[in-house]
Design a protein around this ligand. Structure first.
Ligand SMILES: Nc1ncnc2c1ncn2[C@@H]1O[C@H](COP(=O)(O)OP(=O)(O)OP(=O)(O)O)[C@@H](O)[C@H]1O
Ligand SMILES: [Mg+2]
Length: 227
């Protein structure tokens, strides 16, 4: 990104009317970050909040699959207006990648993220939920810089390996002064238990909202709706 790049100032303008930004992360791969982010967006919408969902996992985008976004597509209007998918304003690289893999690396990932943030017209939102990619590469760190209002919803599992990764990630967020506002212990009787019916509900928001996973996540994330 050059010093002459106008996009960062455009991004701040694009996010001006977004009240709360929640970045769902956990660093470890495959622990349920995307199902948590997409379901949280559906739950907030169910409660009557104007909600957006941004899939920032460019190489492993999965929210379109979880929501079943089908033929929905952004509308052009001096930028891109995200389509509503089951009431959630949704933006993802999946709209443009046509089912193909996205072999981006290094600075190109950051550039694609900046581009997506600069063109997306979110309008007024109570909540913007961001599905973060696994790990904390340059792209994820760069992306967080564009969300000064962001707070973290950390996802982990009872696995000692996941917890160890989480502990280190929390140290990094602390150093970056990004507040960690909540923790979801997924696939755990103490948090959100393993739900054998979850996978069959992916792609169908009505069904997804009725799963034990969603109902339990609703309780665990209740304060995200207000505070
Ligand atoms: N509590 C749960 N009960 C049952 N299945 C679950 C649960 N949480 C997640 N899963 C399943 O685990 C798989 C991985 O979930 P998901 O894609 O959300 O993980 P992720 O952390 O986003 O992965 P990645 O690091 O690749 O982005 C999905 O098939 C999802 O349905
Ligand atoms: Mg994911």
């Amino acid at each position: 990104m050059s010093a002459l790049d106008p996009r960062p100032s455009v991004i701040a303008d694009r996010l001006k009317k977004v009240k709360k930004i929640t970045a769902v992360t956990g660093w470890k791969g495959g622990i349920g970050k995307s199902v948590t982010a997409a379901t949280l967006a559906l739950l907030l919408t169910e409660k009557g909040h104007k909600t957006g969902l941004l899939d920032l996992d460019l190489t492993g985008a999965s929210c379109h699959f979880i929501l079943g976004s089908g033929k929905a597509f952004p509308r052009e209007d001096m930028g891109l207006v995200p389509p509503f998918v089951h009431g959630v304003k949704f933006m993802s690289i999946s709209f443009f990648s046509k089912g193909q893999g996205v072999p981006l690396r290094g600075a190109n990932v950051t550039d694609a993220i900046i581009e997506m943030l600069a063109v997306t017209l979110w309008g007024e939102l109570d909540h913007l939920v961001i599905d973060m990619p696994p790990g904390i590469g340059d792209a994820a760190l760069d992306a967080l810089k564009f969300f000064p209002k962001a707070r973290i919803l950390a996802v982990t599992t009872p696995s000692p390996v996941a917890r160890d990764v989480l502990r280190r990630s929390l140290d990094v967020y602390k150093a970056m002064r990004v507040p960690v506002a909540g923790l979801v212990e997924n696939m755990s009787p103490k948090g959100v238990p393993y739900d054998p019916r979850l996978d069959a509900a992916l792609g169908d928001p009505e069904k997804l909202l009725k799963t034990a996973f969603a109902r339990r996540l609703e309780k665990v994330t209740r304060r995200f709706a207000g505070g």
